[in-house]
Design a protein around this ligand. Sequence first.
Ligand code: C2G
Length: 153
Amino acid sequence: MRTILTYGTFDLLHIGHVRLLERARQLGDELIVGVSSDAFNEGKGKRSIIRYEHRAAIVEAIGHVSQIFPEEAWDQKEKDITRFGVDALVMGNDWEGKFDHLKPLCDVHYLPRTSGISTTQLKMALSPFSPEKIDELQEGLTTLQNIVRQLSA
Ligand code: C2G
């Protein structure tokens, strides 16, 4: 039984997350996922839209995932690798080299990220202050100003 481990926030779960979990699972027989707690994310300077309990339940519901647990600190990985008898840690290549210090404990793989999608991008698209929304507002304002100018002419 080859056990694979990965970590993530998985906020606003998208195809990039699903593809990462899918490819990680293909490298072994079971996939265990450390889902970042809300407090840990604050420490990462990240504020999740979806709270931990729901993000964890969503990740756990994905067929590729055998087990989830909370990620609460950067230095828990060594303990997690031993606790779960992990054979390989798998992360997206935005973390390239960051977990090489764990290589004495297990294999470490960095997989190419899925391009063109990110939680940050989704957050921006959903935000009322996205560049697109501001352009729309600007256009509307210009139209209004023209109408007022014509009415007062
Ligand atoms: N990912 C990907 N393609 C994307 C977006 C994300 O392959 N377009 C991968 C990331 O590389 C990561 C995983 O999906 O391996 C989860 O990404 P995040 O939710 O952004 O996780 P992150 O905040 O990077 O947390 O201790 C490690 C951290 O918990 C990792």
